[in-house]
Design a protein around this ligand. Structure first.
Ligand SMILES: [Zn+2]
Length: 507
């Protein structure tokens, strides 16, 4: 081991929040995380305003906001261009591992979303979520794939979650089986590579919560106490197995390593849906066809689009029925419409930009302002609190891909609603309470522990702060122009340490 090394271990836990962890911590089920929190520092890590997995991990990877890295949802639609599936090829910006590679430092990047197809780096990359399948070429170097097939034949990039898997506990066995293989692979590769930057992501918590959220959040109205009584201990076993597996991995960390745990977003129980298209219809800005053949789909979604029913129906059928309802939109008379679910926004049907645009560029600002103003007066039926915060995209984001972000960005951080893109053809505003789906929330977790970390409480950080913080801990001079900053007092000592000069031979 070379003198003065400052390895960073960045452990990604998809979808974790402190309110989910705390009961398990209190019950002594998560000794690894508890130990790092006690010896180090912990605080809220705020996700993007629209806290969805692709844009969140892209911000961690690049240190940039979605307007710059160009990831906002699963597909990017720039005006006048064909839609692009988002991947490492279409995500812009320098990656964390590039900065390490340039200095001749070794990377081990495993299962990070948005990394497919894998990119050359100094070290090893096994791609994560949004990899088409395990038969894709998902490793760098490419020979590693054949070795993985021999030595870890059960390796899985992802285990898909859908609410219909909540009928029994078999899904947990599936997740734990995949975890066991991943940890065996990771421990072997950590020993072989001895990385300066180790960045694995575990999607398991996100998958558990999407399926069993109604058994995890006792404070929520949707909590199913009877089933939780039978199943919660078994669900906690899965988190405990993840904690123990990470513990085995961290036993291999050199003493000089700084270890960070981060989530891409937190979780909350949904309190209802905000049916954006129906809201716009109520404003007269979206029209439905008369006599179209989509009434049945709308009726099905309206009557049966509840979590209880969804648990009984294959997920794909639910999604198809929702998509069918969108056939009812009369585009020639529509001025604005709901963006995709992973974008949580509203797009203006702008002439010259949209296939059947109706709003002239001169009217764009007026239509947008009118919608934002109307959204400000929407409140939750039960509490009277504002349902949604709306803003113009340029008020939060900037960069060359700003135009791929919906014209109006919606945030439901306080109200815990989620924007839906189905067209119900029902009331102008449909706020359905009592839902029991788990949804993403902005409040995620940050835990840090190591020789450069000041123990004690930690101020709130943003996802943009992770890249500069990792680089500071590694002693790498961060490039000018990152959107975040080094995480406050967390790494005071790291900031005062002289940064390494770039290796002139680096690429
Ligand atoms: Zn996620």
């Amino acid at each position: 081991m070379s003198k003065g090394r400052r390895p960073v271990w960045l452990i990604g836990l998809d979808g974790v929040s402190f309110d989910i962890l705390q009961p398990m911590i209190d019950a002594g089920r998560l000794p690894t995380l508890t130990d790092f929190m006690t010896r180090g520092t912990a605080g809220i890590l705020k996700s993007n305003v629209v806290p969805f997995t692709p844009q969140a991990w892209a911000t961690v990877i690049t240190g940039a906001n979605p307007g710059r890295h160009g990831v906002f949802g699963f597909v990017r639609q720039m005006p006048g261009r064909p839609p692009e599936f988002l991947s490492s090829k279409t995500m812009r910006g320098e990656r964390l591992w590039t900065w390490f590679s340039r200095r001749g430092l070794k990377n081990l990047v495993i299962n990070v979303p948005l990394t497919y197809p894998p990119e050359p780096l100094n070290g090893i990359m096994i791609t994560g979520m949004m990899t088409p399948s395990e038969s894709s070429q998902f490793t760098y170097p490419s020979e590693l794939k054949a070795r993985m097939a021999r030595e870890w034949p059960g390796y899985r990039v992802d285990v898909r979650a859908s609410i219909d898997k909540s009928r029994n506990l078999a899904f947990l066995d599936e997740l734990e089986g995949a975890l066991a293989v991943s940890i065996d692979l990771m421990t072997t590769l950590v020993k072989e590579v001895d990385p300066d930057f180790f960045f694995p992501v575990f999607v398991m918590p996100d998958r558990i919560q999407h399926v069993f959220g109604h058994l995890i959040h006792p404070a929520s109205a949707a909590y199913d106490g009877a089933t939780a009584k039978k199943w919660r201990s078994r669900i906690w076993d899965s988190y405990a197995k993840l904690d123990a597996a990470i513990g085995r991995l961290l036993d291999l960390a050199p003493p000089e390593a700084n270890v960070l745990f981060i989530s891409d977003h937190g979780f909350a129980m949904e309190r209802g849906g905000f049916f954006t298209n129906d809201f716009l219809s109520g404003l007269g800005l979206l029209k439905l066809k008369t006599g179209g053949g989509h009434g049945t789909a709308r009726l099905i979604v309206r009557k049966f689009n509840t979590p209880a029913i969804k648990r009984l129906v294959p997920n794909i059928l639910v999604r198809k029925t929702i998509d069918l309802t969108k056939g009812a939109i009369d585009w020639s008379k529509t001025a604005a419409y709901a963006a995709s679910a992973a974008q949580q926004g509203i797009s203006i049907n702008l002439l010259g930009r949209e296939p059947e645009g109706t709003v002239s560029p001169a009217d764009y600002d007026g239509v947008r302002d009118r919608i934002i103003e109307a959204l400000a007066s929407v409140s939750r039926a039960d509490t009277g609190e504002p349902a949604v915060k709306a803003c113009r995209r340029e008020d939060i984001f900037y960069g060359p891909f700003l135009e791929a972000i919906p014209d109006i960005v919606l945030s439901f951080e306080e109200s815990r609603l989620e924007a839906k893109d189905a067209v119900l053809g029902a009331d102008a505003v449909t706020l359905s309470d009592g839902g029991s789906r788990a949804i993403h929330h902005r409040d995620g977790i940050f835990i840090a522990c190591g020789p450069s970390i000041e123990p004690g409480p930690c101020e709130e950080l943003n996802l943009e702060d992770i890249a500069p913080t990792v680089l500071a801990l590694a002693g790498i001079e961060a490039p000018v122009g990152l959107d975040g900053s080094v995480g406050g007092q967390v790494v005071q000592r790291a900031r005062s340490v002289r940064v390494a000069r770039p290796d002139p031979r680096g690429t």
